[in-house]
Design a protein around this ligand. Structure first.
Ligand code: SAM
Length: 381
């Protein structure tokens, strides 16, 4: 390994890139000792053959065995055990590198648990992880899912599958008492983003009697949370199946669904502007990148344009709620994008809340990718 990766490994970073490997050969899944050019052991990891050459699981020279994995899962649980909000059954038990289990996410969806791996090279530790989860939570089912990596487009990942127990395709979970219907075995379509939980909680006292335009709304979690507090909601997503699930989420809480519109968010904004329709709150939570028949969206290039369009339908004194889950966009840069959009729309924004991830999505300071989520609430003039 060269000096560059030695510096990072000494700071606690868990990845070694292929270009940093100067000696030694390993197959994906092999346990490898990581050594500095001077022969000092920098830890032990699991080799891979993709854009990461090895993920380090320990900083000393020891085995990656069931005891180590169990200790890591137990430590993650200890952090969360007394700290999750009340009446919340959808949460993350292990947040990968940020909980010293690189490439491993473990999510709890009510009575079912999903272990999501970043790479097939991690398969050898799967059984021990499932044992640790079983011992702690005794879930009705443990499922395995794979996390697609945009840097490895050509690699097709297998479909999620049941590892243990009997899975239910749909499960009712709660977030601070609000019900959501999720599909734990649906890979990227589970249907709820618990990393937004604290932001929904922050917004809760500010909905009563307000109108909300929720764009890129997915299965409507923010709309349901707002309607629970007395907001009138318009929920927009390109996908009718997601909107059907939003309707089911409203119904699960005994609420009428408000307006549900299967439409491109930019088109909806344009129409509302032309109609002179205004909202007290406009929420933007676009994907990082997307392609549709209406064009291509990049959360890095196009956010300013989206903000200026949103501000044109925001009532005077209204609030813009803008989110980005791109780790490559820093909080500072994100605020710059919002400012650029505000300038274009000739509005001024005052930041009221600068939100990120909840406690069960910790972000290790030695792992810069860990803090990816931004949700900024601004009052507009
Ligand atoms: C990051 S998710 C939003 C998460 C959601 N706010 C929540 O808390 O559950 C992005 C959503 O944007 C939708 N989408 C992507 N491009 C869109 C577009 N141009 N117009 C409307 N929706 C779009 C996708 O279908 C997806 O449901």
């Amino acid at each position: 390994m060269n000096g560059y990766s030695e510096k990072w490994l000494r700071q606690g970073f868990a990845w070694v890139y292929p270009a940093e490997v100067t000696a030694g050969k390993a197959r994906p899944g092999d346990v490898v000792r990581l050594m500095s050019p001077a022969g000092v052991v920098l830890g032990v990891g699991i080799a891979d053959d993709g854009w990461i050459a090895a993920r380090r699981f320990r900083e000393d020279d020891g085995p990656i065995d069931a005891a180590l994995l169990r200790a890591r899962v137990d430590a993650a649980w200890a952090l969360r055990r007394d700290a999750l909000p009340p009446d919340t059954t959808a949460w993350r038990l292990v947040n990968a590198e940020n909980d010293d289990l690189p490439g491993v996410r473990i999510d709890v969806w009510g009575t079912q648990v999903v272990i999501t791996l970043d790479a097939a090279a991690l398969t050898p530790i799967l059984d021990a992880l499932a044992d640790a989860v079983e011992a702690l939570l005794a879930p009705r089912a443990i499922l395995l899912a794979w996390r697609p990596d945009p840097r490895e487009k050509e690699r097709a990942l297998p479909a999620p599958r049941v590892l243990r127990g009997t899975a239910e395709p749909e499960e009712r979970v709660t977030e601070r008492g609000i019900a959501f219907l999720v599909r734990p075995g649906a890979g990227k379509d589970v249907g709820l983003f618990p990393d937004m939980r604290d932001n929904r909680a922050w917004l809760a006292p500010h909905w009563k009697g307000r109108s909300l335009l929720n764009l890129f709304a997915h299965t409507g979690a923010f709309s349901v949370a707002a309607a629970m507090e007395g907001a009138e909601t318009v929920t927009v997503d390109l996908s009718q199946p997601y909107l059907d699930r939003a309707a089911a989420n409203f119904a699960a809480n005994g609420l009428p669904p408000g307006e549900l519109l299967a439409e491109d968010s930019f088109k909806a904004l344009d129409r509302f502007r032309r109609q002179g329709r205004r909202f007290d709150r406009v929420l933007l939570d676009p994907p990082g990148h997307s392609h549709s028949k209406d064009g291509t969206w990049s959360g890095e290039q196009d956010y300013g344009r989206l903000v200026s369009a949103a501000l044109r339908v925001l009532a005077p004194g209204g609030w813009l709620i803008a989110a980005s889950n791109l780790g490559s966009v820093s909080p500072h840069r994100f605020q710059g994008m919002l400012l650029a959009g505000a300038r274009k729309a000739e509005r001024r924004l005052r930041m009221l809340h600068d939100g990120s991830q909840p406690l069960d999505f910790p972000a290790a300071l030695h792992f810069p990718e860990g803090r990816y989520l931004k949700l900024v609430v601004c009052a507009a003039d």
